[in-house]
Design a protein around this ligand. Structure first.
Ligand code: MN3
Length: 181
């Protein structure tokens, strides 16, 4: 986790800053604005922004939603919404885990809220962010090998199980409630 944060995430930030320095006319504001408006970004740096900006945003969420000993399961309105969308919480976990397990190569599994406020589970390739497809990410699981290789080697399924056991659902529930209000 230290290497993941201090080396991998830091590299995305450094490369994003390098790509956008001295650029004018970029979407104003924060990283979300860049990712939401990729098509308006000059072609010469668009891929760098997509990869490194996505890398930064995705990892920022990843660190926020993980906490050993955090709230173990969703509560309140998120719990109800997950049950209504997926049937049961176990079915949601199954679908989310499977999205991560079946993503070929590098990418992320997501629980995201679409513009119609519907919960969705899917995966993206590389560092592509749900924000770039107008969705709001609530829970993101890094399934790049760098996320698990040192501890789990090729056993992505074991990493996914461990990941699900340290999700801090308080944070995910708060993101959901803020987005719904
Ligand atoms: Mn990573």
């Amino acid at each position: 986790m230290e290497i993941h944060h201090d080396k991998h995430h830091a590299t995305y930030v450094a490369n994003l800053n390098k790509a956008i320095e001295n650029q004018s006319g970029l979407p104003e504001g924060n990283i979300e604005e860049l990712l939401k408006n990729l098509e308006t970004i000059p072609e010469a740096i668009r891929t760098a922004v997509r990869n490194n900006g996505g890398g930064h945003a995705n990892h920022t969420l990843y660190w926020e939603i993980l906490m050993p000993g955090g709230s173990k399961s969703p509560t309140g309105s998120l719990e109800k919404a997950l049950q209504s969308e997926f049937g049961t919480l176990d079915k949601f976990t199954e679908q989310f885990s499977s999205a991560g397990l079946t993503r070929f190569g590098s990418g992320w599994a997501w629980l995201a809220l679409d513009p119609m406020k519907k919960l969705k589970v899917y995966s993206t390739a590389n560092q592509d962010s749900p924000i770039s497809q107008a969705d709001m990410p609530l829970l993101g699981m890094d399934v790049w090998e760098h996320a698990y290789y040192l501890k789990y080697q090729n056993r992505r399924a074991d990493y996914i199980k461990a990941f699900m056991s340290v999700v801090n659902w308080d944070v995910v529930s708060k993101l959901y409630e803020a987005a719904m209000s």
